[in-house]
Design a protein around this ligand. Structure first.
Ligand code: 4AD
Ligand code: MG
Length: 434
């Protein structure tokens, strides 16, 4: 018989089926055993009777959680079974026995982290990893539908783009190189060839803080577009997030249920447009509504982003930050854009429910002089950026882009306690194994 998935077997609902998977739970007596089997699609209760399977009973008796098995039998609906169906087993083949599985309910976070390679089999991780797949698929769908090309930047770089303090140094045949923090500088070169491009690839940040939203290696979905303005970037970011939410709500009902996600919290992001407020507006809102006074010129900290997000039920764009706190490549806004001082055409998209900055983006500075000044102010060796200045020397055009933290978006959509669960094998300052 041909093996089918547990989901397909339940869809068939009656008659003979053949399924295979791993023991998820087992209980029973010397005459009858109830084994719940899981595969990548679902779980199903299987009934094994000694009267039918007597010859194999000694082996069946050895089955522990996570043993792998192939089963054939009659499927029928049964309200008492965990997924509403049951297979009465005619034949069983034991493929791989399992030692006592070292994951138990009372494991602390550290031990669970050590056993991550096994914890991936949990229903929770299975659900998150499936939603992650939908998120990545939706991003590609979004950009490809708009005629963007997928394009890639190198991961080993000679210069920084997002500040020296979070750079990972690599010994490159005796020379110091860095792991990429963003594809951006090399993407800006790419738009002169392909005009509209995106990537989904890892970025690296030597984050020394232990927080629920920082990884040292994270997946970065970035876009860069020639000829486009500041508003276009936000329109695109909003449309990308909306498509992600739409696809997850369509495809991952079961997974959201497993995660006990209150989906009514995601719906506003689909239905309403995201407010676009200035940094100055944000300071005013925080002062008036949250009694938090921030001196003009200071970046918004996590706590302040969280307080701000409480005022909205969708992601919110905060735009035109003080030049001082943002990256060297962001275009200066026209003078007097803010009374506080010079601001840039940069934005952060702050997620709802306290999930922090989901996206950061900007219009790019075109003036080589300004770029040089900004880099010098950051203490950078401008000679390393000659290739980048060339993009401004040979037919410069208005352009911009943004970067989305894929795990940040997954954390929000799945309502996770920690960003570490948004990726199979998280990397943080204190976690690099397995
Ligand atoms: O705001 P960031 O630093 O912006 C850039 O890297 C730009 N060069 C992007 C661009 O315009 N192409 O990072 C972008 C996003 C953040 O909004 C955040 O979601 C995510 O990357 N991010 C992290 N995610 C997980 N762990 C970290 N340590 C992260 N640092 C940034
Ligand atoms: Mg940022």
């Amino acid at each position: 018989m041909k093996f089918i998935s547990i989901d397909a077997a339940m869809e068939q609902a009656s008659g003979k089926v053949a399924v295979r998977g791993w023991v998820y739970r087992e209980r029973g007596s010397n005459a009858i055993k109830f084994i719940v089997v899981r595969d990548s699609t679902n779980i199903i209760q299987c009934v094994l009777e000694k009267s039918k399977l007597g010859k194999q009973w000694a082996d069946i008796d050895k089955l522990q959680i996570e043993a792998s098995v192939e089963l054939q039998g009659e499927i029928k609906a049964d309200k008492r079974a965990p997924s509403g169906f049951e297979i009465n087993v005619d034949t069983i083949r034991i493929i791989g026995l399992s030692d006592a599985f070292p994951i138990t309910k009372d494991l602390n976070e550290e031990l669970l982290g050590d056993r991550r390679h096994l914890w991936l089999r949990s229903r929770k991780m299975q659900a998150i990893l499936k939603i992650r797949d939908t998120v990545l698929q939706a991003l590609r769908e979004h950009w490809h539908a708009k005629g963007f090309y997928e394009y890639h930047s190198p991961s080993l770089l000679g210069m920084q783009a997002e500040g020296g303090s979070s750079l990972f140094k690599v010994d490159y045949f005796g020379k110091p190189l860095y792991l990429t923090q963003t594809w951006q500088l090399h993407a800006e070169a790419g738009i002169f060839s392909l005009e509209k491009i995106f990537t989904i690839q890892p970025s690296f940040r030597a984050e020394k803080s232990k927080t629920s939203r920082h990884l040292t290696e994270y997946w970065h979905a970035e876009m860069e577009a020639a000829w486009e303005d500041f508003d276009y970037l936000q329109d695109d970011a909003e449309a990308a997030i909306k498509l992600i939410v739409k696809r997850v709500l369509e495809r991952n009902t079961k997974e959201l249920e497993i995660l006990e996600r209150d989906v009514s919290k995601l719906e506003p992001a689909l239905k309403k447009s995201f407010p676009r407020i200035s940094y100055d507006d944000a300071l005013k809102l925080l002062k008036d509504k949250k009694k938090i006074a921030i001196p003009w010129g200071k970046d918004l900290r996590t706590i302040e982003e969280d307080k701000l997000s409480e005022l909205f039920d969708t992601p919110v764009f905060v735009r035109c930050y003080p030049k001082e706190v943002k990256a060297f490549y962001m275009k200066e806004a026209p003078a007097k854009a803010s009374k506080g001082g010079p601001v840039v055409l940069g934005f952060d998209l702050i997620g709802p429910e306290g999930y922090g900055e989901l996206i950061g983006g900007s219009q790019r500075e075109e003036s080589i002089d300004k770029l040089k000044k900004n880099l010098e102010a950051d203490g950078e060796d401008v000679s390393k950026y000659e290739f980048y200045f060339d993009t401004r020397r040979y037919g410069s055009v208005p352009h911009g882009g943004y970067g989305m933290g894929v795990e940040r978006v997954i954390s929000w959509i799945c309502h996770l306690d920690t960003i570490k669960d948004a990726i199979a094998f998280p990397r943080t300052m204190t976690r690099w194994n397995p």
